[in-house]
Design a binder for this molecule. Structure first.
Ligand SMILES: [Zn+2]
Length: 196
């Protein structure tokens, strides 16, 4: 997928995350933080290719990664994303004080890149170092660039059409589901007092 496709896809994903309010940061975040964050995240996985935008800017990082892991290797995996997630919340110096909405948008942009590359026939080694490639090759051939734009526009239109005021509060729903199952288990498992 082209850099333009990744940037469009990441912005569409950001609008979707904002409309679905998947976290409070996406719901109320500052676009001046979120847009640069998502764009950077969308470009970063291709640092493993010296001719990519970030690869050309940071050849000193790009060349060794490219030699060691090849294009669409480690940087296109879930483990790379998890390392960035943990680094963002645990290992960054506190005095950097990066806004949480920027961090979340960056992680979203990175994940959107991996998903977008799955739409091409080469796919991505999502579970690297396992040699499995994940792909749903809807983008192929000469018309793939038009296809990239079409998917990004479609995602944006869907995001815009989601009615406001009906947030899909995923975290709250997961918490409610967990509480429900927890209550069910408590009801069906006899307690010490009920056995007396
Ligand atoms: Zn890529």
């Amino acid at each position: 997928m082209t850099a333009e496709g990744h940037l469009l896809f990441s912005v569409a994903s950001l609008i979707m995350a904002h409309k679905l309010q998947i976290t409070p940061e996406f719901a109320q975040g500052d676009w001046l933080h979120m847009v640069p964050g998502v764009l950077l995240g969308a470009l970063l996985p291709d640092i493993d290719h010296p001719s990519s935008i970030l690869g050309r800017l940071f050849r000193i990082i790009s060349l060794p990664i490219s030699k060691l892991c090849g294009h669409r290797g480690f940087t296109h995996s879930l483990i790379a994303w998890l390392i960035l997630l943990i680094s963002s919340y645990q290992w960054l110096p506190h005095y950097w004080d990066l806004p949480p909405d920027l961090i979340q948008a960056f992680l979203l942009g990175y994940m959107s890149h991996l998903i977008a590359d799955m739409l091409t026939p080469s796919g991505v080694p999502f579970l690297w170092p396992l040699p499995l490639r994940f792909c749903f090759p809807v983008l192929r051939g000469k018309s793939s660039k038009r296809g990239e734009r079409f998917i990004a526009v479609l995602l944006t239109v869907c995001a815009v059409l989601i009615p406001a005021g009906h947030p899909a509060d995923w975290f709250q729903q997961i918490e409610s589901a967990l509480n429900y199952f927890n209550n069910q288990i408590n009801i069906h498992l006899p307690t010490k007092t009920s056995l007396l």
